[in-house]
Ligand binder design. Structure first.
Ligand code: UDP
Ligand code: MG
Length: 317
């Protein structure tokens, strides 16, 4: 086999048939201007449209295209893991398929890499063509996660970034299931830098991230990088125990003073509901962590491929 390419461009794809030809054209335009060898890893994350056929067609006419076809939809996080697994480049660029991340910015990412940075992430300063709801939830998402987790997560970054081979090698060794890619790529350390950009509107199709997906991803990020929810459970426990400690002498004193308060069923009911609520919430929080532990313990693969190139890293040493 020929020597490893200098760059790998990885794109996770789920139902993006409207964008694929234009994506290929724009990426080729940018990468050909760089004048280094490169490969184009298109990961089909179980698309239900004809994305897979389009990818296969591209692979047939362009030998730089290496398709990784999943057996079903495993989610964007796992699609990117697969891309990293199969990549051979000395630097790897991860970018979305919908052209919201302008491929032209890759030139700047590469320039920073050549200066010696090992993680170069693109940071949006503006985003166009997205709904008010999406903007608000995205903003909130980053701020909440930044407050709660132990990592210093740069605000408003997505998948779009360049990773040096050293970083990729570290990241592919982490096989965690509930994965938060942008968190992990910060957590590993190395020399990191941001490159600002304006996020464009989608070229075609619609976002795959509903509010529900965003909440799920936030839970993954929070449980993946902090014990905050468990600490909240502990706090709630102390808080409710504290209330009852205050309530006992209060009731005794009032009773001795002859006040006829706190006799009704309502008081009992409220107390039972309150403590029951605290206990169930705490159990739920524990459950979230235990469920995640169980997923890790089962050790199932992060994704299953129907078709993929050799995972031969060849002469990358
Ligand atoms: N994607 C994927 N698997 C999924 C959902 C999305 O591979 O289950 C890909 C999608 O094709 C796109 C990228 O992840 O290339 C980002 O998705 P999207 O544009 O829907 O997210 P947004 O930009 O709205 O956050
Ligand atoms: Mg998008």
């Amino acid at each position: 086999m020929s020597a490893s390419p200098v760059f790998s461009v990885i794109v996770p794809i789920y139902n993006e048939s409207g964008s694929i030809p234009e994506l290929h054209r724009r990426i080729c335009e940018v990468m050909d201007a760089v004048d280094e060898t490169w490969e184009f890893i298109l990961v089909d994350d179980g698309s239900r449209d004809n994305s897979r056929d389009l990818i296969q067609e591209l692979a047939a006419e362009d030998e730089r295209v290496r398709p990784v076809i999943f057996a079903r939809n495993f989610g964007q996080q796992n699609a990117v893991v697969a891309g990293l697994d199969y990549s051979r480049g000395k630097a790897v660029i991860v970018i979305d398929a919908d052209l919201q991340d302008p491929p032209e910015l890759i030139h700047e990412l590469i320039a920073k890499w050549r200066e010696g940075y090992e993680v170069v992430y693109a940071q949006r300063t503006e985003r166009a063509g997205e709904s008010f709801m999406k903007l608000i939830t995205a903003k909130l998402f980053y701020r909440v996660i930044d407050r709660i987790t132990d990592i210093d997560l740069p605000l408003d970054t997505g998948f779009f970034r360049l990773l040096d081979r050293t970083v990729v090698d570290v990241m592919v060794d982490m096989r965690e299931h509930h994965r938060f890619f942008r968190g992990l790529s910060i957590w590993v350390g190395f020399r990191q830098i941001a490159v600002p950009y304006k996020r464009a509107a989608r070229f075609a199709g619609e976002t795959h991230y509903t509010l529900r997906n965003m909440v799920r991803l936030a839970a993954t990020a929070i449980t993946g990088f902090s014990f905050f929810p468990l600490q909240v459970a502990t706090f709630l426990g102390f808080f409710s125990a504290g209330i009852s400690l205050l309530a006992i002498p209060t009731v005794i004193i009032l009773r001795l003073a002859g006040v006829q308060a706190f006799l009704g069923q309502a008081t009992t009911l409220i107390a039972v509901l309150f403590f029951g609520g605290v206990q169930l919430i705490s159990l739920g929080i524990l459950g979230e962590y235990i469920g995640r532990l169980y997923d890790e313990a089962r050790g199932r693969p992060l994704y299953i491929v129907r078709e993929a190139p050799d995972m031969n890293h060849g002469d990358t040493d």
